[in-house]
Design a protein around this ligand. Structure first.
Ligand code: AHR
Length: 516
């Protein structure tokens, strides 16, 4: 049994929980849109083709903001192809994923879907093959009330397709996607991108001064240009943008589960590095405004080691409409890692203000669906859903005194990883906690300074299920194999919380608290 002592103090808080930290991502990629959120003719689809079984799971998952329409896809996309009468929309090649895009689903459909799902839209523009003119036209199309060319076209298209005609009122915009990456259509140097982003941002804000803008940061921490890319891009755009993006995907390599379970250590360091770069540009440029972080793609993704039919190199052998593409089946280990990645994002809630798990349905996603078939929750659904539902109020600074576990990649790391939020108005304090130990259970206690825990209102844990192992996953014929169960080994003593977490598990404990 390993042990960990956790301490919070009501005087030490990090920030208010950012509402947009629990974002997701819908890309025109694989089966995320088509046969994911949209499948006319499915028994559960409504008159607009929105799958209501998926919609119900999206509401249960609880994303607050959804990025759209890509991703690599957006860098070759003409948004005009996806508006107007569906029968008039062109069928195009999607070069990013080597598939055929029918454009049967476009911006109006997404706005209607997002309104029904009660999520904010985060719209990405194409700065790969396009530029300033198309960017400002899209903002006018989306947000201008009426009486101009693009806003009247929106109203006309809405009327023609039975979708919304009203201004979409999109506040949050991404200035392109992963343009530091050689794989990106329209890949650019940092100077080329920085100038284009600056001029696009100015033109977009001249159409709608209330929008918020995200500049493209590095595609991952291993990019050779990481650091200098952010520095150069922000040197051009600091006054025009509000956020810089981060992207990171993690996977288990060669059975090294210990290092994989500790990847939040990498995420912590990645965020700290980007914060340092933002602040260096701020200081050197004598800026007073604060640029923050939009971590707008993150997740577990098995990018190497698989040769299944849904891998991009296999899909690229033909030209298909919405083929299966990277439909990773997530197991218990992946769910624990996703829990800890969310802890990392919360720990940095003073600077990470937006985060989007990539993606929402089928494509490396917490929700799976089959064409003409069922929809279900993957293992990683659970930590996201609980944290999105229960992290409210202030993020607390947490002192962690944990026994260590050895890892090849990071050396010794804390066996127990956690974060705490405190909602003073509701009188609730919530501990989100993972045991990264592969073999041993963990004895965890939480000491509250300045607060008195009066009751445990709920306690749940996700762990290896009976009869399963750490690779057990929720599949089409075993949709509920992995999930949250009541945590029974938990109690309060003298206002202090004690619990035992099974090996390799993720848990959530909600307390009623009062001022001590
Ligand atoms: O989410 C899948 C892909 O990962 C996105 O299209 C791209 O931005 C990233 O490389």
């Amino acid at each position: 049994m390993t042990t960990a002592h956790l301490t919070v103090d009501r005087a030490f808080t990090v920030a208010e929980v950012p509402h947009r930290l629990f974002g997701s991502f819908v890309e025109h990629m694989g089966r995320c849109v088509y046969t994911g959120i949209h499948e006319p003719g499915h028994p559960q689809a409504d008159s607009r083709g929105f799958r209501q079984d998926v919609m119900q799971l999206v509401r249960e998952l609880g994303p607050t903001v959804v990025r759209y329409p890509g991703g690599n896809f957006v860098s070759g996309y003409r948004w005009e192809d996806g508006v107007g009468p569906v029968e008039d929309r062109p069928v195009r090649i999607d070069g990013a994923w080597h598939t055929v895009e029918t454009n049967a689903f476009g911006l109006h459909e997404f706005v209607d879907w997002a309104r029904e799902a009660d999520v904010e839209i985060m719209e990405a523009i194409n700065l790969g093959t396009r530029g300033v003119e198309e960017a400002r036209a899209l903002v006018e199309y989306a947000n201008h009330p009426q009486g101009t060319y693009w806003s009247d076209l929106r109203r006309k298209n809405g009327a023609a397709t039975g979708t919304t005609q009203d201004p979409f009122d999109i506040k949050l915009w991404c200035l392109g996607n992963e343009l530091d990456g050689p794989w990106q259509i329209g890949h650019k140097t940092a100077d080329e991108y920085g100038r284009l982003a600056q001029e696009s941002a100015k033109a977009m804000k001249l159409v709608d001064p209330d929008i918020e803008l995200v500049a493209v940061g590095s595609s991952n921490r291993q990019m050779p240009t990481f650091g200098s890319w952010e520095h150069t891009v922000l040197s051009h755009t600091y006054e025009e943008v509000d956020y810089i993006s981060m992207h990171a995907y993690y996977q288990e390599h060669d059975g090294d589960a210990a290092s994989f379970l500790a990847e939040a250590v990498d995420m912590d360091a990645f965020i700290d590095g980007v914060v340092a770069t933002i602040d260096a540009v701020k200081a050197a440029g004598k800026h007073s405004k604060q640029v923050d972080i939009s971590f707008d793609e993150w997740n577990v993704w098995y990018q190497t080691g698989l040769d299944t039919e849904d891998q991009p190199h296999q899909v690229a052998k033909g030209w298909q409409k919405h083929p299966r593409l990277i439909e990773d089946a997530y197991n218990v280990t992946d769910a624990v890692v996703v829990g800890t990645l969310l802890h990392s994002l919360l720990r940095h809630g003073d600077r990470v203000k937006i985060a989007n798990q990539a993606q929402l349905v089928n494509v490396i996603a917490p929700i799976r669906s089959e064409e003409d078939g069922p929809a279900w929750r993957q293992s990683i659904f659970w930590p996201f859903a609980r944290i999105a539902a229960k992290a409210r109020g202030q993020i607390m600074r947490l002192a962690v005194d944990s026994e260590q576990v050895p890892t090849q990649k990071f050396g010794d790391v804390d066996a127990v990883d956690a974060t705490v939020t405190w909602d003073e108005d509701a009188g609730k304090l919530v501990l989100f906690v993972a045991n990264r130990g592969l073999e041993e259970a963990a004895d965890v206690d939480l000491n509250l300074n300045g607060l008195q825990a009066t009751a445990i209102s709920s306690a749940e844990v996700l762990a290896v299920p009976e009869g399963g192992d750490r690779l057990t996953a929720n599949l089409v014929d075993s949709q509920d194999a992995v999930g949250l169960k009541p945590l029974t080994d938990v109690g309060l003593q003298d206002g202090r919380l004690h619990m035992t977490l099974p090996a390799m598990s993720w848990g959530v404990v909600e307390l009623d608290v009062a001022a001590a």
